[in-house]
Design a binder for this molecule. Sequence first.
Ligand SMILES: NC(=O)c1ccc[n+]([C@@H]2O[C@H](COP(=O)([O-])OP(=O)(O)OC[C@H]3O[C@@H](n4cnc5c(N)ncnc54)[C@H](OP(=O)(O)O)[C@@H]3O)[C@@H](O)[C@H]2O)c1
Length: 235
Amino acid sequence: MNILITGTSSGIGFGIALEFLKQGHKVYGISRRKNKGLEPYTNFEHLSIDLTNYPNVKKHVPRFISKVSTFDLVILNAGVLGEIRWATEQDVDAMKAVMEINVWANKVLLDVLFGAKKPISQVCGISSKASIRSTPGWGPYSMSKAGLNMLMDVYAKEFNETHFTAFAPGLVDSEIQEKIYRIKDTQHYPSAHRLQKARYTDDMPNAVKAAPMLIEGMQKALKYPSGSFVDVRDM
Ligand SMILES: NC(=O)c1ccc[n+]([C@@H]2O[C@H](COP(=O)([O-])OP(=O)(O)OC[C@H]3O[C@@H](n4cnc5c(N)ncnc54)[C@H](OP(=O)(O)O)[C@@H]3O)[C@@H](O)[C@H]2O)c1
């Protein structure tokens, strides 16, 4: 398979990329940083780029994918958590910055891929349970993932040949979880307390361990209507 994954430098994107590479698939990874763990694989191509620099995405991605005729799977995984603080205390520009990568970067990348006339069989946007359930402090993240869910649904209606899913991966230990782990004021942010308790338990595997289960979940997602939100824990 030809697979494009954003955010391959750490966490879920790294774990999934590694698993697909071990299976012998061709993986095209995009992130600002590189991850040395993927470099030994000759079936791995990497583009270092800030996905929120839209002119650069439009300039460099077409060349990066020029040798590919079709994509079997595109995983829109790159994302940020943003600040965990009550929405009233958040600067609107900081909230917009979360939307830039979690929503708009995905729209721009999809437009570049479809514009390059590369047929895509499946797109999975990595969403979150937070997209359908808000908790105190998670405002920008929840709003951005709700936007991603609708982006997948909108594109599902416009591109009938491609199957779209907004895919919640469950809890996976990553740099995002490291950030949550450092939150001290868990009284104001009860979700942080729940996630801190889950870290280093079987409820929050690391990304390499979680990858086979996530890949299986993405295959199962094809059975759901295109544009659906699915949570790997409910499949
Ligand atoms: N971990 C969980 O439990 C969990 C649960 C639900 C949903 N998710 C979602 O899973 C996805 C991956 O997160 P993670 O937990 O694996 O966290 P992570 O380790 O922080 O990974 C985030 C990835 O996104 C990339 N990225 C961020 N901003 C970027 C930008 N402007 N341009 C290019 N790449 C960018 C990062 O690469 P660079 O910094 O190198 O650019 C990194 O590879 C996110 O969308 C997150 O919301 C995670």
